[in-house]
Ligand binder design. Structure first.
Ligand SMILES: [Zn+2]
Length: 250
């Protein structure tokens, strides 16, 4: 049902990325769809979410309305689906979980166990252009986190060979960081970008230690048995969830 962050686990934190097996949703959302308003029933999604959290031993996470922006939502209490537009969900409440939905975009889980601040970030190409990783770190710092203590796990997303974009998108991405151009390839009138690498640069420039950044090499587009992919499945693609929780006792 899910892949676990080894880096977070080593630090006694549960950070997971759901996969598409083990749920009850019918095709084309088979089977662990966690996205609402796609055509799958709300009951299926609720059931899938409960089973996932049970399996991962996580509380039901807070979720937001994701809009490819850089707004954040500070979450506490019982996890719900908020009617609030935000692509960064932060918690500083013990026992509270936050999550983002993706289907090719990059999910980033962040935590400072010493300060007790965790975040889930939805970084697509638009978020990457807006430096969402750096914005998330700044927000965490505003809540007491220290960059040198923050652990990051970059989850499954569409990998560079599959992430064909237009030249203008490539140029926008290349302006997001001084070294971003190293991870954008151009050929004829097309470009390809490694958004995981570009977000890693942004996190490093925010002060995160390289040893505190884990990147899972799992391409959502190349692994149809394991992940939903918007590029592969279009508007009927299901959604996976990336979740991180602050433990009950730190
Ligand atoms: Zn791929």
């Amino acid at each position: 049902m899910f892949t676990t962050s080894k880096l977070l686990a080593e630090n006694h934190i549960t950070g997971i990325f759901s996969e598409r097996q083990g749920g009850i949703s019918p095709a084309p959302f088979d089977s662990l769809n966690l996205g609402l308003d796609l055509g799958d029933s709300d009951e299926n999604v609720q059931h899938n979410l409960k089973q996932l959290c049970l399996g991962a031993q996580l509380p039901i996470p807070h979720r937001s309305e994701q809009v490819h922006g850089t707004n954040y939502l500070l979450c506490a209490g019982e996890g719900i689906q908020h009617n609030h537009q935000a692509d960064i969900l932060i918690t500083r409440t013990a026992g509270c979980a936050v999550a983002v939905r993706t289907a090719d975009c990059l999910p980033i889980l962040l935590i400072d166990t010493q300060a007790g601040v965790a975040a889930a970030v939805h970084a697509g190409w638009r978020g990457t252009v807006q430096n969402i990783a750096q914005v998330a770190i700044q927000k965490m710092q505003a809540f007491g986190a220290k960059a040198e203590h923050i652990l990051a796990c970059l989850g499954p997303c569409i990998a560079e060979p599959c992430f064909e974009i237009d030249i203008d998108t490539g140029k926008q991405l290349s302006h997001s960081h001084p070294q971003a151009h190293l991870y954008i390839r151009y050929k004829n009138d097309k470009a390809w970008a490694n958004i995981q690498a570009i977000n890693t640069l942004q996190l490093q420039s925010s002060g995160l230690k390289s040893t505190n950044i884990e990147s899972l090499s799992l391409c959502t587009s190349c692994l149809p048995e394991r992940f939903f992919s918007y590029r592969r499945n279009g508007i009927q693609a299901g959604r996976q969830l990336a979740i991180v929780a602050l433990p009950d006792a730190l």
